[in-house]
Design a protein around this ligand. Structure first.
Ligand SMILES: [Zn+2]
Length: 167
């Protein structure tokens, strides 16, 4: 065997290795949620991961929760949970909100709607002493101020998953 052929073989197997690694990664990046718009997948996955960190097992795909981003015509409404009797519940996020909102705002609204659609929670307009909302399950009409930021979201997530008996 010439050195040249040996180099070609090594180069070829290296290429195969690269392709194989790339393939595995793309499979592991996202779980698939049938009936859910792909842009929402990472948020659905995070909703499950945050629950898992708190010892709660949630599988939204198995539950069949679906989701879409579309124009919501009701004024001031950026998200909805459609409760359906004969099918799993459906989350709708407003397209105009989606186009401009920050990642934290999107996460809060999606988690709020999954709070209705999956956790079957109602609204909770309790306030903290400083006027901020005590829960992301606030109605939006209760006069509290949303304060879901990277530095304080943990307490909101604790509240979201732990307090299943709240109205
Ligand atoms: Zn709501």
């Amino acid at each position: 065997m010439t050195n040249f052929n040996l180099i070609r073989i090594i180069a070829f197997s290296f290429l195969i290795t690269l392709v194989a690694c790339g393939k595995d990664e793309s499979i592991q990046l996202n779980k698939e949620y049938q009936g859910v718009e792909a842009e929402l997948w990472s948020y659905f996955e995070k909703f499950e991961a945050e629950a898992a960190e708190r010892g709660i097992s949630i599988d939204l795909a198995a539950a069949g929760i679906t989701g879409s981003i579309e124009k919501i015509h009701a004024h001031g409404t950026v998200g909805l949970c459609n409760h359906r009797l004969d099918e799993p519940n459906h989350v709708i996020i407003d397209a105009d909100f989606w186009a401009t909102a920050s990642q934290n705002a999107k996460e809060m609204i999606i988690f709020h709607e999954l709070g209705h659609c999956y956790l079957e929670r109602g609204h909770n307009d309790d306030k903290n002493i400083d006027g901020t909302c005590a829960s992301i399950m606030r109605s939006g009409r209760g006069g509290c101020i949303d304060f879901y930021t990277s530095s304080n979201k943990n307490s909101y997530l604790d509240e979201l998953y732990s307090d299943e008996s709240a109205n």
